[in-house]
Design a protein. Structure first.
Length: 359
């Protein structure tokens, strides 16, 4: 069995798989990379038990079959090859030739490697880049704490009205709406698996087909298939924490506010990263005080509602909520200790809720 493939094509295929193939595992076979020679080209596979990925690469193939190679070693060699073309010859060992470089690698049978579970997609499709965008907009709000259970995931809500992505850690919430017609269902993707969906599909042109099976979501693109194990359950009724009435609304540059918060927060208390925001008739006064001193900055804003109100936040929570916003941002205050809303004025799909610190 032989393969001839451009180095760049092989390296790009390996880069999709590298992050999910563990360098160490209680099941050592998962550290190997399955290579399959087929009539459709060279197929690379990998799994970490939560995410399965299959990548199909165009190549000149002689013969068919499947074998395992040490994933980390194979990837390191391919990245450093001197030639533009890679030739793989499979026998008792794998011979690899590129330019003036030649090497041999041990290979092993694919027997015992877990079977990857991909669903069969129907007619439902979605823009790959927009799906990645919907996840990216909210991912920051997912919990990193083991005990938070379902909140360690990103919830995707499909309906004829659109796709909604939601994440929350109990102290903040992010929601993004994407107008598209889909069959109604809800599912929760582990946050780390959601990161892999974004990494693989964010730059893909065109659409991916969807298939929701028993506990898995399968996404199929032109050259990549990915299956993600889902979390059990769904989010509690998060809509009840989104305030509907406000005492003050302020509009200003999202970038200016984010940069100001970063500067002032350097001097904030290291335990709760508290920053105080005083909204006062067209001015926003931001200040923080910690062990090493006090920082303060003033910004011009447009306001409506009460003439003055002071709210304290965890600076990082507010900075994270501003990150997806381009242009101007609207901050809606329901009270000094009640949840606040952060909305992009130029992207009606994005909304974040940040709970203030108690003064």
């Amino acid at each position: 069995m032989e393969v001839r493939i451009p180095k760049r094509t092989l390296a790009e295929g390996l880069s999709i798989l590298e992050r999910i193939i563990p360098s160490r595992s209680s099941n050592p076979i998962l550290t190997y990379l399955p290579l399959e020679l087929s009539d459709n080209g060279l197929i690379l596979k990998g799994t970490n038990g939560e995410v399965d990925i299959e990548v199909r690469l165009p190549a000149e193939i002689q013969g068919t079959g499947q074998m395992l190679v040490p994933a980390q070693t194979f990837s390191q060699i391919v990245r450093s090859l001197p030639g533009e073309l890679v030739e793989l010859i499979f026998g008792e060992r794998l011979e690899l030739h590129s330019g003036a470089f030649n090497t041999q690698l041990s290979i092993t049978s694919s027997e015992g490697y877990p079977e990857l579970t991909f669903g069969n997609p129907g007619s439902e499709k979605i823009s790959a880049s927009r799906l990645a965008q919907a996840i990216t907009r909210v991912r920051y709000a997912a919990s990193t704490e083991e005990y938070r259970a379902i909140f360690r995931g990103v919830q995707l809500e499909f309906s004829p009205q659109g796709l909604r992505s939601v994440a929350s850690d109990g102290f903040r919430l992010a929601r993004y709406d994407l107008p598209i017609t889909l069959e109604s269902r809800k599912l929760v993707i582990p946050a780390r698996s959601a990161d892999e969906i974004v990494r693989v599909f964010k730059d893909v042109q065109g659409e991916v087909a969807l298939a929701v099976g028993e506990g898995t979501l399968t996404l199929v693109g032109d050259a990549v298939r990915m299956a993600v194990k889902l979390m059990e359950g769904e989010f509690p009724d998060y809509a009840r924490v989104i305030p509907q009435s406000f005492v003050l609304e302020a509009t200003l540059s999202a970038e200016a506010l984010q940069e100001s918060l970063k500067r002032v927060a350097v001097l904030s208390d290291r335990n709760n990263h508290r920053v105080n925001l005083l909204f006062n008739e067209g001015k926003l006064d931001i200040d923080a005080e910690g062990d090493y001193g006090r920082g303060r900055e003033e910004l011009n804003i447009e306001t409506s509602g009460e003439s003055q109100i002071m709210v304290a936040y965890n600076a990082q929570y507010l900075i994270d909520a501003l990150a997806p916003v381009e242009g101007t941002v609207r901050i809606k205050l329901s009270g000094p200790t009640s949840p606040s809303i952060v909305q992009a004025t130029e992207d009606s799909g994005y909304l974040a809720v940040v709970v203030p610190l108690r003064v």
